[in-house]
Design a protein. Structure first.
Length: 294
């Protein structure tokens, strides 16, 4: 059996990241947690630039093979687990014969898909990753600091990147109606809803700053950050937990993650924003930057 050191490294990184979160909760400062999450996102998404899409997807599926098969006495009876031809859709060799059904569909769609579909995937990953990183740079260096012009330019670059990334995602989602293991049209509308949550927050932030409403701009940018963290990280963490719990119900875990990750991210961000503004020893307009930087 080949040893997937990359997947094992991801598990190790998640342990470290969880430790940083717990430490952040204890100290009330989350800078290290945020930076580590950004770095891990970049590392995971960079695989698509190094390897072909199917190989990167097989690595992604390998992360979920362990929890989805854990405790399953008869994986063949689980509705949300499926096999793939020659078991090539995983990095675990023959150790796991059954994989999350959404993962098998994901792998086969890009193994046999058109060049346009693959390029849309690459576009979505690259431009959304760029928007994510720029978003966090903007939060670490707010516009009321010493570089207002740089903040403004990066904001527009981030919006253009987000527009392209979300546009690619919406075009990809439009094809999901016939993909049973994604949830059919429920996944189409779910991914569009996720995209709308992210993009609407960003647009409201732009509208607010063009009106010179700085407080509303910060609120909407914080919600935008929550939607992005939700759509990327909360989506994956929820899937990691719900996959084994709901493996007897095909598409249930995936659809829950699709529909709820972004709005949950917004709600969490709004809760944190209000708590920071109430408790931080900074004026309300500078509270976010101060809490992150500490």
């Amino acid at each position: 059996m080949p040893i997937p050191f990359g997947v094992i490294a991801v598990y190790g990184a998640l342990v470290v990241w969880t430790s940083l979160l717990l430490a952040g909760l204890k100290r009330g400062a989350f800078g290290a947690f945020l930076v580590f999450g950004i770095a891990l996102l970049v590392v995971l998404n960079a695989r698509y630039a190094i390897e072909r899409a199917p190989d990167s997807i097989a690595f992604f599926i390998g992360i979920y093979d362990v929890p989805d098969n854990f405790g399953a006495s008869d994986p063949s009876s689980a509705a949300a687990l499926a096999t793939c031809p020659n078991n090539q859709c995983t990095v675990w060799g023959d150790l796991y014969q059954y994989h999350p059904s959404w993962g098998v569909a994901f792998y086969e769609r890009f193994l046999h898909g058109s060049g346009l579909r693959t390029n849309l995937l690459y576009g979505h990953i690259f431009f959304n990753s760029l928007a994510f990183v720029l978003m966090m740079v903007q939060l670490f260096r707010p516009g009321n600091g010493g570089h207002p012009q740089q903040h403004r330019v990066l904001g527009y670059v981030s919006l253009v990147s987000l527009t392209i990334g979300v546009g690619c995602a919406c075009l990809l989602a439009a094809e999901h109606g016939s993909v049973v293991d994604y949830g059919g049209y429920l996944s189409v509308f779910g991914f569009w809803f996720m995209s709308a949550c992210v993009y609407a927050c960003a647009i409201m932030g732009i509208i607010s700053i063009r009106r010179r409403d700085f407080d509303s701009h910060r609120k909407w940018m914080f919600r935008y950050a929550g939607s992005m963290w939700g759509a990327f990280w909360l989506f994956r963490v929820m899937l990691f937990v719900l996959g084994p719990l709901l493996r007897n119900y095909n598409t249930a875990s995936l659809l829950i993650c699709i529909w709820f990750s972004a709005p949950l991210g917004i709600l969490i961000a709004e809760y944190i924003r209000r708590r920071i503004a109430r408790n931080a020893a900074f004026p309300p307009r500078d509270a976010l930057a101060g809490a992150i930087a500490r």
